[in-house]
Design a protein around this ligand. Structure first.
Ligand SMILES: [Zn+2]
Length: 391
């Protein structure tokens, strides 16, 4: 039992795209006094001891005795201030993951939180709660979609008390609706064992698997569309923007027409919002006529800007493919990666009654979140253009 094991298991899951994309997910190790939690804006794939923030567990526990403001922004910044104050000496320059409180609550030495697309097929589906009960024979805790941060930790704290009263044990598997999974155990071997079993069990219920084969970064009119989108982004965002194209079997099936696009037309999880936006653009345009494409894209873009106040991070063109839009090439690629993940999640969700999007108020919460402002402003220079977060 050690931080060494934490690093090994974090690298293992962090570098496996089946579990974690970009800087998503977070891990921790704890003893009685100290919680070692992944720092915000760091990535598990290349973690070192310095990636983890040492937290004083006694000070963290005091957070539960306090009353916080009702206003979400005021509440989250007050909780964040208290969390920052729980850092141990020498950790002043670091910022702990927003899910620190949650990691501290779970009574296991190791906690590994990931966002596997297979698991999210279950957590982002209409019948996910009932299906999870059946698949895991009542041995998991299902947490309905709530805002991340303090509210999520508080919800789980209460739900764990109820679960323990009913079943006489604490859950080692927690499924978060529209988000991902927490797995806790006292050895890292047990974490791996649990994860393998979880994946096997869910997989045995999948009726259709996603197919993202035949990936192309250029096709048809894509090279004509890229400068159109770059110009629109630069006009709206005031700076240099990068646009990248992707097409594969899964993308082709969702860009076929508007009804086919529906399962990926809104937010499935916070990570999807952070990297790919909550409202991808869908443009129905004949790609034969260059002037017409430009006019159709501009009309859809302006409408999007007006109705959301944001520029899209993904633009889909009917029958062509998808374009990722970002302040750097890496950000444009990440938008495409997360959109492709949403395509996978949506296909897996078909086995559990079809997709269930995040509630509108929670989508707004993520879009406006202080943590997101922090990550887009601060984590970019640290990681040379890679946006990393640990939701
Ligand atoms: Zn997460």
């Amino acid at each position: 039992m050690s931080v060494k094991d934490l690093i090994a298991i974090s690298k293992y899951y962090g570098s496996n795209p089946e579990y974690i994309i970009a800087g998503g997910g977070n891990t921790s190790f704890k003893n009685d006094e100290t919680l070692y939690i992944k720092g915000s804006g760091t990535s598990l794939a290349d973690c070192t001891e310095d990636t983890f923030v040492k937290m004083n567990r006694q000070v963290l526990a005091k957070i539960w005795e306090k009353e916080y403001p009702q206003d979400p922004d005021e509440r989250e910044s007050a909780v964040l201030a208290d969390m920052m104050a729980a850092k141990k000496k020498g950790e002043e320059h670091k910022r702990p993951s927003v899910e620190t409180l949650l990691h501290d609550l779970l009574p296991f030495a190791y906690v590994v939180h990931t966002h596997p697309s297979l698991v999210n097929g279950l957590t982002c589906s209409k019948e996910g709660a009932e299906a999870a009960e059946k698949i895991f024979e009542g041995k998991t805790l299902w947490i309905p979609s709530v805002n991340p941060g303090y509210i999520l930790s508080l919800t789980i704290k209460k739900a764990m008390v109820d679960y323990a009263a009913l079943k006489g044990e604490v859950p080692s598997i927690i499924l978060l609706q529209n988000h991902g999974i927490f797995v806790g155990a006292n050895t890292s071997e047990r974490i791996t064992e649990l994860y393998s079993r979880i994946m096997e069990r869910i997989e045995s219920y999948i009726t259709r698997k996603p197919d993202l084969s035949g990936e192309q970064s250029s096709w048809g009119a894509s090279t004509k569309v890229i400068p159109i989108l770059e110009e629109l982004a630069e006009m709206s965002g005031g700076g240099r923007y990068h646009v990248k194209f992707r097409r594969n079997a899964g993308i082709v099936s969702v860009v076929k027409d508007r009804p086919s696009f529906f399962p990926v037309s809104s937010a499935l999880s916070p990570d999807h919002i952070v990297y790919a936006g909550s409202d991808p653009l869908f443009v129905e345009s004949s790609t034969e006529d260059e002037k017409q494409i430009a006019a159709d894209i501009k009309a859809a873009w302006d409408h999007h800007l007006e109705s959301t106040g944001r520029m899209p991070k993904i633009a889909a063109i009917k029958a062509l493919g998808i374009f990722g839009i970002g302040a750097g090439e890496k950000a444009a690629d990440l938008a495409l990666d997360l959109f492709c993940d949403a395509v996978k999640v949506a296909v897996y969700a078909e086995s559990f009654g079809g997709v269930q999007f995040m509630p509108e108020d929670q989508i707004d919460f993520i879009n406006n979140w202080e943590v997101e402002r922090y990550r887009t402003n601060v984590s970019i220079p640290i990681t040379k253009g890679v946006v990393n977060e640990s939701l």
